[in-house]
Design a protein around this ligand. Structure first.
Ligand code: GSH
Length: 144
């Protein structure tokens, strides 16, 4: 059994990327400390743990940060490999799983953001002109 010592997740409750990490940890039954981030005022810990993208989720395991939700899910699967495998054992099926995860990242999430989360994004824009909302407002809205 892999060590669960010092497992922390930097996250934001509504994030679909954070949900990936939370689901993987739940499937494996890993106990962890959840730390909610304020994305308009990111913590020093987040900026230090993910200096390249400065985004959640970040899994910190024994002091070592792992960034990017799909990489986090694969890391969790490899470290806690003794139960609930998250990926198929067949290499071709693993390639298919990675293809669809990548498709969801590139095609699905941002369409959902633009269609359904626009009021939420505008709220963010209202409270932080240089933060998440400002960036996401550039995503074009579907014409009705
Ligand atoms: N590709 C990243 C995307 C993560 C992401 O976009 N996180 C958003 C919240 S849902 C974030 O931290 N945004 C803060 C920012 O853009 O400043 C992943 O899969 O982890």
């Amino acid at each position: 059994m892999a060590s669960e010592k010092g497992v922390m997740l930097l996250d934001f409750w509504v994030s679909p990327f954070g949900q990936r990490a939370r689901i993987a940890l739940a499937e494996k039954g890993v106990q962890y400390e959840y730390k909610e981030e304020n994305l308009t005022e990111k913590s020093e810990l987040l900026l230090k743990a993910n200096p390249v993208h400065k985004k959640i989720p970040v899994l910190i395991h024994d002091g070592k940060p792992v960034c990017e939700s799909l990489i986090i899910v694969e890391y969790i699967d490899e470290v806690w490999s003794d139960k609930a495998p998250l990926m198929p054992s067949d290499p071709y099926q693993r390639a298919q799983a990675r293809f669809w995860a990548d498709f969801i990242d590139k095609k699905v999430y941002f369409i959902l953001f633009s269609l359904h989360f626009r009021p939420f994004i505008m709220y963010y824009h209202a409270i932080s002109c240089r933060g998440l909302g400002a960036k996401l407002l550039h995503i074009p809205c579907a014409k009705k």
